[in-house]
Ligand binder design. Structure first.
Ligand code: NCD
Length: 305
């Protein structure tokens, strides 16, 4: 039996671990259908809404020959009867070989990984982390730039509540990035992450405008959605929801190698006319998620691709 190896936070991954997973994802992309998980069961427990993350995990499991159980809506589960997360996780870990979980509470995945005697994969915990998204973001950056090293990464939008950007900056610390943060003051990158960057000696600049200068100095332009569900006061959301809308006409200053990423779903941040430009990469990025999630499921099970 393999050792239990959960995937709950990006912080514990070394440069070597990240590059290893990228190599595995490339191998999964070369041959996505291989029945190496025949007889295994993957549970997908989604306490928060999801489209891509859940469907790509389930597709990954199916393409590898595993079977999938789970729920996409906690309203149909015993959590509405008051069952604790502890009890749900204990029980599911008796049924499945791997647990993929998204939860609205920060730290829920770590907690689950301490209870379960099967690997737990964090598919997003509140505004905290989204490490599998980060791995597919890194795979996308690697594929489009040919490297992860020494890149200018411009993160735009909701840097306060956006869990994908929190995980991404932590992972990129191994690769000497230069960060440009574009956010309104209300949604600025939290101090705790900025302090980490300072400790690691990683330069970052903060801007409030998405202008030609910000766009022209990026190798990767990472757009994000304002996380409506995390606002206490929806009037505050209304003030900031449409601050940044990227349009094709704004891309004339872009570097030739520049690619636009977005974890999706987009609401208003990227106009449809951007989709037809050579800079748009977000749909391919979502496809890359399938290969990276095949790699991650195999990795936590101790299987090499
Ligand atoms: C992201 C998430 O859930 O954090 N979506 C995703 O997993 N692709 C980003 C978002 O919801 O805005």
């Amino acid at each position: 039996m393999h050792a239990r190896k959960s995937f709950v936070s990006i912080a514990g991954l070394s440069r070597k671990d990240i590059l290893h997973l990228i190599t595995m994802a490339a191998e999964a992309e070369r041959e996505p259908n291989r029945k190496i998980l025949d007889g295994r069961i993957v549970a997908t427990l989604f306490f928060e809404p999801s489209t891509r993350t859940r469907l790509s995990f389930e597709t990954a499991a199916n393409r590898l020959g595993a079977k999938v159980i789970g729920f996409s809506d906690p309203k149909v589960t015993s959590s509405t009867k008051g069952e604790t997360l502890n009890d749900t996780i204990r029980m599911v870990s008796n049924y499945a070989d791997v647990i993929v979980m998204r939860h609205y509470l920060e730290g829920a995945a770590l907690y689950a990984s301490e209870i379960a005697d099967k690997p737990v994969i964090n598919a997003g915990d509140g505004a905290h982390q989204h490490p599998t998204q980060t791995m597919l973001d890194l795979y996308s950056i690697y594929k489009t730039q040919g490297t992860l090293d020494d890149l200018d990464i411009c993160l735009v939008g909701d840097l306060k509540y956006g869990r994908t950007v929190h995980s991404l900056i932590q992972a990129l610390r191994h690769f000497s990035p230069r960060f440009h943060f574009v956010a309104p003051r209300e949604l600025a990158m939290p101090e705790v992450y900025k302090q980490q960057l300072t400790e690691w000696g990683i330069p970052f600049e903060e801007h409030t405008e998405l202008d030609a200068q910000a766009i022209g100095s990026a190798d990767i332009l990472y757009m994000t959605r304002v996380q409506r569900e995390r606002f206490q006061d929806l009037a505050e959301y209304e003030k900031v929801k449409n601050l940044y809308v990227l349009r094709a006409s704004m891309l004339s200053a872009a570097r030739n190698n520049m690619k636009i990423l977005h974890p999706l779903p987009r609401v208003n941040e990227i106009a449809y006319d951007v989709d037809d430009t050579p800079f748009a990469y977000y749909f391919k990025q979502a496809e890359n998620g399938l290969y990276m999630r095949e790699a991650i499921i195999c990795d936590v099970l101790g299987i090499k691709l």
